[in-house]
Design a protein around this ligand. Structure first.
Ligand SMILES: Nc1ncnc2c1ncn2[C@@H]1O[C@H](COP(=O)(O)OP(=O)(O)OP(=O)(O)O)[C@@H](O)[C@H]1O
Ligand SMILES: [Mg+2]
Length: 264
């Protein structure tokens, strides 16, 4: 028998006043899966993550978390909301929206304090998270006055310190330098099979390295969903959905020409 999906979406649609962002999505994500959500700018990736995070609610269709309906009403029940927020870690595309403490240390300690962990454990875990993301030197700085990549690392540390078993990550490697990207990919690699990870990315390299399956969105609809190896080889699909670029480039021979190309 298949396990209860971590998330299931049935015919989910969501619109902003200006635009339809999700349009009749069906999706089932088994626990322990790593799903990469791909798609052009504006295709609905961040909106899908917000719906999964219980931060916006579809105008039509149903979302369930381990079989429990995820709605405004169910999240008003304190026990369910606490359970859901405890298990699900969310990284936003723009870290500014999730950093609000006076120092980096306080930012990372915030979640553990809410969980009422023993003080000594909080201090220990915060230091471990600072070390994991190479941000020890920033611990006394105000998060809102860091560089974009530093903020992203603080946001990642502040969520991962809680060790959630479901991760919703909106472009977790965007804005990071190659070494920090490597750390995040390594971390996600270590999560494979243990945590449920849903990550958006514009990097086919990241998708290839960590995803079990890929979902490609196009105008809020599923353009394709399937094993990562299959989706990432479908050049026509990737070109149509803006996931490979065509531009002039130079080959080592000096020849300059234009065709879809990938950097791995
Ligand atoms: N806060 C908002 N208010 C109104 N419309 C929005 C808002 N956020 C997104 N949209 C619209 O909803 C659609 C989906 O946007 P979404 O942010 O989900 O796309 P995305 O795939 O995450 O794009 P990107 O790759 O640029 O991050 C787009 O048409 C966008 O213009
Ligand atoms: Mg987005």
């Amino acid at each position: 028998m298949n396990p209860t999906p971590a998330f299931s979406l049935a015919d989910v649609s969501f619109r902003y006043p200006e635009a339809v962002a999700l349009d009749g999505l069906h999706l089932s994500i088994p626990p322990g899966e790593c799903l990469a959500v791909l798609g052009a700018n504006g295709s609905g990736k961040s909106t899908l993550l917000r719906v999964l995070a219980g931060l916006c609610f579809p105008e039509r269709g149903e979302v369930a978390f381990f079989g429990n309906p995820l709605t405004e009403q169910t999240l008003q029940r304190e026990a369910f909301a606490r359970h859901f927020r405890r298990r699900v870690g969310v990284i936003f595309q723009n870290p500014d929206v999730q950093l609000f403490n006076a120092t980096v240390f306080d930012e990372i300690a915030f979640g553990p304090l809410q969980m009422e962990w023993p003080k000594a454990e909080i201090v220990e875990r915060v230091h471990a998270a600072l070390a994991d993301f190479g941000i020890e030197a920033l611990k006394d700085r105000p998060p809102h006055r860091l560089s974009g990549g530093e903020k992203k690392r603080v946001a990642l540390a502040s969520v991962l310190v809680l060790d959630p078993d479901v991760l919703l990550l909106d472009e977790p490697t965007a804005a990071l330098d190659p070494q920090s990207q490597g750390h995040v990919i390594d971390f996600l690699f270590g999560c494979l099979g243990k945590k449920t990870v849903i990550t958006t990315t514009h990097s086919l390299e990241v998708a290839q390295e960590i995803a079990d399956r890929c979902l490609v969105l196009e105008n809020g609809r599923t353009a394709a969903v399937g094993p990562a190896a299959e989706i990432l080889q479908d050049t026509a699909l990737l070109e149509r959905t803006h996931l490979v670029h065509v531009h002039r480039h130079r080959h080592p021979s000096g020849a300059v020409h234009s065709h879809p190309h990938r950097h791995y």
